[in-house]
Write a protein that binds this ligand. Structure first.
Ligand SMILES: Nc1nc2c([nH]c(=O)n2[C@H]2C[C@H](O)[C@@H](COP(=O)(O)OP(=O)(O)OP(=O)(O)O)O2)c(=O)[nH]1
Ligand SMILES: [Mg+2]
Length: 134
């Protein structure tokens, strides 16, 4: 039994009324679900630095600025994650799945059609509450 919490930088990348999603490969933890791009914060990195690195590595975006939005801890049976969620509204480049994963700009109104990791429900709720059209 371990109490280690995995610190994850998560980017909610918004462009008009759309958000960027990537499909997690089947073999990974929570595989086959759509995620907000991001990954583990490494020793010595700030969350913003980790996010910029991960978004470049995973989807080839250059982040001009990101702002901390909220944090959420979730205990999966296998591990506990601390999702450190940032909003990204300033970036350059065209999103492509550099690890071969499908990536999509999804209208906020269509988010309910996608399956996300179990931890993500509060992110979806807040996204629609703050940015969705009534
Ligand atoms: N990126 C991301 N990870 C999420 C989300 N929701 C969620 O529960 N997670 C979890 C799944 C994983 O356990 C963890 C992210 O780890 P990861 O495996 O993607 O980390 P990484 O990109 O650094 O990849 P790796 O090279 O270390 O394998 O956070 C989400 O929306 N986006
Ligand atoms: Mg990742």
């Amino acid at each position: 039994m371990t109490l280690k919490v995995v610190h994850v930088a998560v980017g909610v990348v918004l462009r008009q009324q759309q958000v960027l999603l990537a499909l997690r490969p089947d073999k990974l933890h929570q595989g086959g679900r759509w995620e907000f791009p991001g990954g583990k914060v490494e020793t010595g990195e700030t969350t913003s630095q980790a996010l910029a690195r991960e978004l470049k590595e995973e989807v080839d975006l250059d982040i001009a600025a990101s702002s901390p939005w909220f944090e959420l801890q979730y205990a999966y049976p296998e591990k506990t994650v601390l999702l450190d969620i940032h909003l990204v509204q300033e970036f350059e480049g065209e999103a492509i799945g550099l690890e071969g994963q499908p990536v999509r700009w999804v209208p906020l109104s269509e988010l309910h059609q996608y399956q996300f990791p179990d931890a993500n429900q509060p992110i979806l709720d807040k996204l629609l509450a703050e940015f969705g059209r009534p």
